[in-house]
Design a protein around this ligand. Structure first.
Ligand code: SF4
Ligand code: SF4
Length: 170
């Protein structure tokens, strides 16, 4: 009789072997990838901004038209195992980046916490600090560093076990 693995799918399967539902569920809903970036032609340098794509719900931090987003925002990048390897602007906290680089999901990820709001309460999402592109003005006025940095988490999960994490910022 086959023994079912006790480990969650992101620890046992390659990203390229995930079902569509598993792949989609890996997204933590932080909304960081939906912030505009600037790429400087002269040196290919990247600058992050706090300006959100017009389809991002800046409170819930999810795309308001996810299924049909490419009809509205043709340059929205679809993440796949292949494109993931080519993109240099995903935040280090992104669940896809973490799993692709051999890290576990953080405690605030909904697949770990069981709560889709912990990404917000931990201060990882863009909630409360993203500006809608329709009202932002020039992107150059909104350059910030935090989307490209590892987030400093606001507080531990309520009723958490004693903290044994190797990176106490998480
Ligand atoms: S940065 Fe990664 S985890 Fe966060 S919303 Fe984008 S794809 Fe999802
Ligand atoms: S279209 Fe949706 S998924 Fe794409 S960048 Fe905009 S808000 Fe994010």
């Amino acid at each position: 009789m086959a023994v079912k693995s006790e480990k969650p799918f992101w620890k046992t399967k390659a990203l390229s072997d995930l079902s569509q539902a598993e792949w989609e569920s890996l997204c933590d809903g932080c909304g960081r990838c939906c912030l505009h970036k600037l790429r400087y032609e002269e040196n290919n340098a990247l600058a992050f901004t706090n300006v959100a794509c017009r389809l991002l719900d800046t409170t819930g931090c999810r795309c308001r038209k996810y299924e049909t987003r490419r009809q509205h925002v043709p340059d929205c990048v679809s993440l796949t195992p292949e494109t993931l390897a080519e993109i240099d602007w995903l935040p280090p906290s992104c669940a896809y980046v973490r799993v692709a680089t051999g890290q576990d999901l953080a405690w605030w990820h909904h697949l770990v916490s069981g709560d889709p709001n912990t990404v917000h309460s931990a201060g990882v999402s863009v909630q409360g600090r993203a500006v809608d592109e329709r009202y932002a003005g020039p992107l150059e006025h909104h350059i910030v560093e935090w989307p490209g940095k590892r987030p400093r988490v606001k507080r531990p999960m309520p009723d958490a076990e004693p903290d044994t994490r190797t990176n106490p910022q998480e």
